[in-house]
Design a protein around this ligand. Structure first.
Ligand code: WQD
Length: 338
């Protein structure tokens, strides 16, 4: 069964490609390297021992997207990661985010319908919950987005609900990620953000390896145990395995929504202290004012995924930090090292 993985050389995409191959699926990766590097593909091929097929394809190009499906009539399902995901950048460049995230998804869905491909797993995000009204967050919680990035995720979810309503052949799984962190235990693939990291763990990793001077901690006056933000961090390998479980369960028409999180909330200081244990030395930090758009706490009720997908996160915070550190210290400059 051939699975098209868009954005398959990215952070979560590359880990999911490995999990799919481990589960016996055939994979075709389509990517345009807007937020990833060819080295990631070389390492996925090395780790899997397979010459994983790759198509350089910008999904914003309707003709190129159509040609991708025409050239691969054996595609049976799509896992769609391709998209821009920096919240702050989306505020300054909304057109880039609407153009990239919405146009590419529409081209993909058009091609899927034309070529009779109806199984679709979508990379959504807990960002659609905004500032949660209650915790832990269930899938039926109110949705409220506060950035163009978040709006593209919610718009795509709504598009998919409408499409599946109009064409009952479609089988759609919406996976709402909480905070993906960590790396494959080999230390060969991991998180390699362009420029200064927006997210907490890659920033800590770069401080730990000496690439950055100190961690800015955005706010210590939240209504949380130690005043810093609380999030549901999930190991990227658990997240990848969640996609395989969602694909296997996608047997009936309709739209199915799942939180992919651990159900546990950890503060910024919890992460800093666990990372210090993993790397064996202190992480320098400086307290800063709150970051615009941040919420105090956000963590999942993952019971729907547990009960329906028979999936739950297995790796703990220590493993997340150890695997993140293992990748960072083996690749101080990310994939640019090679
Ligand atoms: C986590 C905590 C920060 C950086 C974002 C997106 C979300 C999803 C995951 C795509 C917060 C604090 C962070 C730093 C800090 N991405 N922090 N110093 O904001 O929960 O979620 O990434 O889907 O859509 O919004 O993750 O890692 O940026 O922040 O103190 O340098 O760490 O304030 O409390 P976030 P994050």
């Amino acid at each position: 069964m051939l699975i098209l993985v868009t954005g398959g050389t990215g952070y979560i995409g590359s880990h999911t490609v490995l999990a799919l191959l481990d589960a016996g699926y055939e994979v075709l990766i389509a990517d345009n390297y807007i937020n990833s590097k060819p080295e990631a593909l070389r390492r996925v091929r090395k780790l899997s021992g397979q010459d994983v097929p790759f198509a350089l394809c910008d999904l914003r190009d309707e003709a190129a997207t159509d040609a991708l499906f025409a050239a691969h009539p054996d595609i049976e399902a799509v896992i769609h990661f391709a998209g821009l995901k920096a919240v702050g950048e989306s505020v300054h460049k909304p057109f880039l985010y609407y153009d990239n995230n919405l146009k590419s998804t529409l081209n993909l869905l058009n091609a899927m319908q034309k070529y009779g491909v109806h199984a679709f797993v979508f990379s959504s995000s807990a960002t659609v919950y905004g500032d949660p009204v209650s915790l832990p967050i269930r899938e039926d919680a109110p949705l409220h987005v506060a950035s163009p990035y978040g709006r593209t995720k919610l718009m795509i979810e709504e598009m998919l609900r409408d499409i599946a309503q109009a064409d009952p052949a479609f089988r759609v799984s919406l996976l709402r990620y909480f905070n993906p962190v960590g790396a494959h235990p080999s230390g060969l693939i991991g998180e390699d953000p362009n420029g200064i990291p927006n997210n907490l763990m890659p920033f800590i990793a770069q401080v730990a390896v000496g690439k950055l001077d100190r961690l800015p901690i955005y706010g210590d006056d939240y209504d949380t145990p130690d005043g810093t933000g609380v999030r549901d961090y999930i190991h990227v390998c658990d997240l990848a395995e969640g996609h395989v479980a969602a694909l296997k369960a996608l047997t009936a028409p309709g739209v199915y929504t799942f939180n992919l999180g651990t159900g546990l909330g950890y503060s910024v200081f919890d992460i800093v202290h666990e990372y210090e244990r993993a790397c064996g030395h202190p992480i320098a930090y400086a307290m800063k004012p709150r970051r615009a758009g941040d919420v105090a706490s956000c963590y999942a009720d993952p019971s729907q995924a547990r009960d329906t997908l028979h999936w739950e996160a297995k790796r703990d915070l220590a493993q997340m930090c150890e695997d993140s550190w293992n990748f960072q210290r083996n690749n101080p400059d990310g994939y640019n090292d090679d």
